[in-house]
Write a protein that binds this ligand. Structure first.
Ligand SMILES: [Zn+2]
Length: 330
């Protein structure tokens, strides 16, 4: 959280307003999501801003309970909604990308609170088969000097005909065409002189193994698909979107014998209404809540207690009453 918003959140007495806002649409299930919970300050392949501690997670969960929330599974939420039943003050927990922290840290805490989340997995990364391209990019940024990064950018920009001058690998990766993102990330990794990726995966094990996923499923966790290779969906053709969705679903079915649900960002209504998924999730500028029947929005909750509370209470109202009527949010 930046210092200004921290000051606003801390200085304003928000408890009264928050209490009022918590009554807004309280009969609909809320869906929250996380990636990583960690007690270390940095995970070099992960976007640092999203790291939040086990302690923050516990504070957040206690705050939900204090405010009368009940933790339900995604299936339960789907059934309540399908049957037009009230899901008053209910929360569904989800995690993205399938990082090992699901097993190491989320699971022990969730067990205490009897939370059975849905984990959205990237099928290419499952079982540490590969490191997702964005995580490769962050690892290079954190491990290699800016000078080296600039020379990597120059070399690859020339090779792949990408225009522009880049100050670091992260800004360069914003320009990557999605059908070349994995090649670019792998070439950048080699040019950075890092250890071979299979050695890296063996040593760091960024993701859960299939055995760990199975164990969590046996403990009541649900799983869903979070695409095949984690592209930016806004840059894909319809055919590519279909592949990303269908292939990951197939791998999940083969690996665990069950169908997955996938959360997606910016997919057109006609595409997902014809798809074979039961539910789709979106994330739009952090402003999330339940949308229409097949398309649900989620709340990003990897924030410390104050900021997490602030977002959780404010977002549905802001989105539905302010942004949506103005046509800024669809
Ligand atoms: Zn993701």
């Amino acid at each position: 959280m930046n210092p200004v918003s921290r000051l606003i959140v801390k200085s304003a007495n928000l408890s009264f307003i928050q209490k009022a806002l918590l009554t807004y649409k309280k009969d609909m299930p809320r869906v929250v999501y996380y990636h990583i919970v960690s007690n270390s300050l940095e995970i070099p392949y992960y976007y640092k801003k999203n790291l939040f501690s086990e302690n923050s997670l516990k504070e957040q969960l206690s705050w939900f309970i204090k405010n009368g929330y009940k933790f339900i599974t995604l299936d339960e939420a789907v059934n309540l909604t399908k049957n037009n039943e009230k899901a008053t003050k209910t929360i569904v927990f989800t995690t993205d990308d399938g990082f090992r922290e699901n097993y190491d840290l989320f699971a022990p805490t969730f067990r205490i609170y009897d939370i059975k989340p849905t984990m959205f997995l990237i099928s290419n990364c499952l079982d540490n088969k590969d490191l997702m391209w964005v995580n490769k990019v962050y690892y290079i940024k954190n491990k290699v000097s800016q000078r080296t990064q600039i020379s990597i950018c120059d070399e690859l920009a020339k090779k792949y005909n990408l225009a522009g001058k880049f100050q670091d690998i992260v800004s360069f990766s914003d320009t990557w065409p999605m059908n070349e993102k994995d090649n670019l990330a792998n070439e950048a990794w080699k040019l950075a002189g890092l250890q071979p990726i299979n050695e890296f995966l063996e040593e760091h094990q960024p993701y859960m193994t299939n055995t760990q996923v199975k164990e969590l499923i046996d403990n009541g966790y649900q799983i869903g698909s979070h695409s095949t290779s984690h592209p930016d969906f806004s840059k894909l053709s319809d055919e590519e979107v279909k592949y990303e969705m269908n292939y990951s679903k197939q791998i999940i079915k083969e690996s665990f014998g069950i169908d997955g649900i996938r959360p997606s960002a910016l997919i057109e209504e006609n595409l997902y209404s014809n798809g074979n998924y039961e539910l789709y999730f979106g994330v739009k500028s952090n402003l999330t809540n339940i949308g229409t029947n097949k398309f649900w929005e989620r709340d990003k909750m990897e924030q410390d207690k104050d900021m997490g509370q602030f977002w959780f209470t404010t977002i549905p109202f802001v989105r539905n009453r302010i942004l949506h009527p103005l046509g800024k949010y669809k």
